[in-house]
Ligand binder design. Sequence first.
Ligand code: F6P
Length: 539
Amino acid sequence: MPPLCDSLPAWSALQAHYRDEVQALDLRQAFAADAGRLDALSQQAPHVFADLSKNLWTVRTEELLRALAQQSGVQARRDAMLAGAHVNASEDRAAMHWLLRMPADRGGLRECAVVQQWQPGMHQALQDVHDTLDAMLALAEQVRADEGITDIVNIGIGGSHLGPEVVANALEDWVDSGKNFHFVSNVDGHELGHVLRRVRPASTLFLIASKSFTTAETMLNARSARQWFLAQGGSEDPQAACSIDRHFVALTTNVQAAAEFGIRRTLGFWDWVGGRFSLWSAIGLPVAIAIGAVQFRALLAGAHAMDAHFFTAPMEANLPLRLGLLDVWYRDFCGFSSRCIAPYSHGLRRLTAYLQQLEMESNGKGVTREGQRLAVPTAPVIWGEPGTNGQHAFFQMLHQGQDVIPVEFIALRDGGKYLGAHHQSLVVNAIAQAQALMEGRHGEGAERHCEGNRPSSFLLLQQLDPASLGALIALYEHRVFTAGAVWGINSFDQWGVELGKHLARQLHARQDSGDWQGVDASTRALMRRLAAGAAGPAP
Ligand code: F6P
């Protein structure tokens, strides 16, 4: 049984380091005292520059965090993932989302010893990835050329929704398909209804995106979409002009369930692709239709560049690893329970929602891979909104609130076609907010007092192009992996979401049977109020 992270020597050393050297750290004095602070705590990684110097840590902090990573076996676990080991032990699966974006010749990992020692099955898996990718991109180009299709409706939830949605939104400037894209995820019929009122069966392609093809929300939305399609004149006859065959595609690992649903066109992927890591797979079809094969391959290439960096760079120059360790430092030594994501980019307006699943579904756990109870906190609460909007909503609390909340600024050097005054104003605001959080405001009365010394990271991309976006998302995937490896948890399963699904199914059954035996008074009363309906009297 491996030792728990908080029993490792480096953990105690970090606790002492925090107590003796960082608890009283003043960033303003740290910059004044050390001209080399910025360079020591900043780094260029593929497509992403990171200024980490405004964080509440020092070079010594990073040294101790690297010792913790070594004692936690982070690099060994990283290399096991790269070797195709079943690192997702509770589901007895590998975690190979990084394989989805690896070039056929193994690209930047060709010289990596772990890759050179791959078992034969890994080479076959890579070949299968490229065969599937080629088929997916061929279908995407076929749909893009089909002038009879004007609307693409993606029906999926969680990783089958948030990943393609964040990428499709972020790459709006690269969308050249001339088609309208709709993402339906919630089981609330208003969302699907809103879309169905705006599309026509004959010119709509429905993508039913579900790794398991069993998720209740997606299956109900898919059934309703099919009913609508048939009611509007569509046909189940494959020979018909407006048929299910032509207008429905399933994106899933469960081809049999898709066939039983009545969908014969299926793009498959593998069980070693986690839902929240799946946008690079067939789940990314709506993105490939939106931006085309060339740009989708650019997205993959950007992510691969970050993969090669993560799997080969030394710890002191490994940005995903440094950020993952920073997350552990803030959560377990500084005691910060949340992190604010502030993308200063309208295109990245859905990034926080995506990162909430990636970080909180991966690391929002309290037991280790071996089932040992952890006594330390793990994933922080991830929240935020794009800037500059956040400045008019919650930055008051970030500046003057009682909690210290690390902020992550993400900005672009080149704002694309909106470069001008708008972009200048946007990025200067981000930089000013990071400065204000650190500097604070003093001597102008209590109400105006801002303590300052509030930490932030600043990630800067050249522009919001496919390669940069791919690298950014891969950066977060590996950062989450690193923190999970330190905590000793399995970042690739999600057993916590099963209970709610089970109880919802039970409540439906009890609603039908009327048997409320053993159900708590609150749940029973709420269900009765629901049964009475809006018009009915309070029971
Ligand atoms: O939230 C639980 C979960 O299993 C996620 O991990 C997943 O992304 C989502 O539900 C959707 O699952 P599926 O793609 O199988 O429909």
